[in-house]
Design a protein around this ligand. Structure first.
Ligand SMILES: Cc1ncc(COP(=O)(O)O)c(C=O)c1O
Length: 501
């Protein structure tokens, strides 16, 4: 049998798809040139005997190869590999292509930029018991019973047929949202201005693609939300970083560059530092946008969660000349896995955004949208948000008290007035301290994530600034938070000899 020495082994004979495996094996041999053009293919009888399968099985594989033009069978003569076989033979797509650099040469400019990006790593799959992962919420906090009831009702609602829904989103949800935004965020808008999207990430991506070109520039908070920055950078536009302080964006430092087409801001609770943009700066930002003829993308990702005070109205509620694009999400109040969010658009942007959404993925999932609409209309959504606000307030208190008790003097907490995370700066010095603490904490079952990844510039590397972490506490119970911080305190003490200031 010479060339076919590595045919499927005895286990393949028992496999139900033996014919398919013979077919694939022969095609792979053609692809690799082991069976070259014109080469003789074993007879069905010989191959069946060698493999211990029926001749019918081998014949079926040969018939398929012949039908596709890979082999030529002539009655009474040997079967041979056809002339076109080698060039058209099966591609093994699991193997990397040989020529180095070949792939990037084939990508678009956008594709090359995306490929070259260093996106934040996904957290390790191994789940530690005390994981201060920002962006996660507690699975047990999801209102499963209410959701299931509303979802089933949406499922059973009679539809004459199943067809694509409007790209801007379900009408009932857009109506419900326009009422909700007025009650909760002081934002007046018409349902027509809303486009429902698959999470804020898609909203931001649509803003990038609809509003930016490669020669443009955009203003970005420093530090800021890197998943948004990457979307804008992927267009080829240049990011102009404006520093944030404890109140958010330092609006007096907004640049006057004529290339600027938009600014991305998180005014309710700056991500990650946690400042709330004061009214004077809000007005300064809007006046700047007017002068620059720039759009302002307001990412209101956790605006519902403010502690001790009433949530502050959205920046978009002050916008009198249609410059602000408001972005909201259900990732914090319900679940990031829902992938549901929305844009509230100035009138002239409605059409391009609806069309871009349609080209991207037609529309957001219909049943989930209707479920959400029912939850908002019945008041269940707002009850859930109120309950979670009280709950998060308790967890936040537990966190702050534990930090005060367990971590060294001089530990600083930023941005605790709102949201589901705080920034904690420790009085640790040395460039290696961040990694050392992460490793020491991990050994104790505690996961913490550095602030440094939210900076675009290298300023973050300065050892004199101390080591800072973004602590998300929404997915942990108060008990887990207290124990997690105690163990973190132990890890800090372990390092303290070498790195404490
Ligand atoms: C600043 C910011 N914007 C938006 C989001 C939510 O994104 P999405 O709605 O795509 O889940 C997050 C979540 O972590 C965030 O931190």
């Amino acid at each position: 049998m010479g060339q076919l020495k590595s045919m499927p082994g005895p286990q393949a004979r028992r496999a139900s798809g033996a014919g398919r495996r013979i077919y694939e094996h022969l095609r792979a041999q053609m692809a690799e040139g082991i069976l070259g053009v014109g080469a003789r293919v074993p007879s069905t009888r010989a191959l069946a005997a060698e493999l211990g399968v029926s001749r019918t099985t081998v014949s079926a594989a040969y018939d398929q190869l012949a039908a596709e033009g890979f082999i030529v069978t002539t009655p009474g003569r040997a079967t041979r590999v056809a002339a076109v076989a080698a060039s058209a033979a099966i591609a093994d797509r699991t193997r990397p292509r040989r020529a180095a650099g070949h792939r990037s040469a084939e990508l678009s400019a956008f594709g090359r930029r995306v490929q070259a990006m260093r996106l934040a790593a996904m957290p390790p799959a191994e789940h530690l018991p005390f994981d201060f992962l920002y962006g996660a919420v507690g699975a047990r906090d999801f209102p499963s019973v209410t959701w299931r009831r509303a979802y089933l009702a949406a499922l059973w609602e009679a539809q004459p047929r199943l067809y694509y829904a409007p790209p801007e989103g379900d009408e009932a949800l857009r109506r419900a949202l326009s009422g909700y935004l007025w009650r909760a965020r002081g934002l007046r808008c018409l349902p027509e201005q809303i486009v429902v999207v698959n999470g804020s990430q898609q909203a931001i991506d649509l803003c990038a693609r609809v509003l930016l070109d490669a020669d443009d520039a955009f203003v970005f908070e420093e530090p800021g939300y890197s998943m948004a920055r990457s979307c804008f950078e992927a267009t080829g536009a240049q990011g102009l970083n404006v520093p944030v302080d404890e109140h958010g964006l330092t609006t007096r430092r907004l640049p006057g560059d004529q290339r600027i087409r938009l600014a991305y801001v998180t005014p309710s609770h700056q991500f990650p530092m946690g400042g709330t943009l004061p009214i004077a700066r809000r007005q300064e930002l809007l006046a700047w946008a007017r002068r620059q003829r720039a759009w302002v993308v307001e990412d209101d990702y956790d605006g519902e969660f403010r502690y001790g005070q009433h949530p502050i109205d959205a920046l978009a509620s002050l916008d009198t000349d249609g410059r602000v694009i408001y972005v909201g999400t259900f990732s914090k109040a319900l679940s990031p896995q829902l992938r549901l969010g929305y844009l509230v658009l100035p009138t002239e942007l409605q059409e391009p955004f609806q069309k871009a959404k349609r080209l991207t993925d037609r529309h957001a999932p219909v049943l989930e949208q209707r479920t959400l609409a029912a939850l908002i209309d019945s008041g269940a959504y707002e009850r859930h948000v109120r309950r979670m606000r009280r709950e998060y307030e308790r967890r936040r208190e537990a966190l702050l008290r534990a930090i005060a008790r367990e971590l060294p003097q001089g530990t600083e907490i930023l941005g605790a007035a709102a949201g589901l995370h705080v920034v904690m700066r420790l009085p640790l010095a040395g460039l290696g301290a961040e990694l050392e603490l992460i490793t020491a904490a991990r050994r104790r079952g505690v996961a913490v994530y550095p602030l440094s990844t939210s900076f675009a510039t290298e300023v973050r590397r300065s050892p004199s600034r101390g080591v800072a972490f973004v602590l998300g506490y929404a997915s942990l119970s108060s008990t887990q938070i207290v124990e997690g911080v105690r163990l973190l305190g132990e890890a800090v003490r372990e390092l303290s000899g070498s790195v404490l200031d």
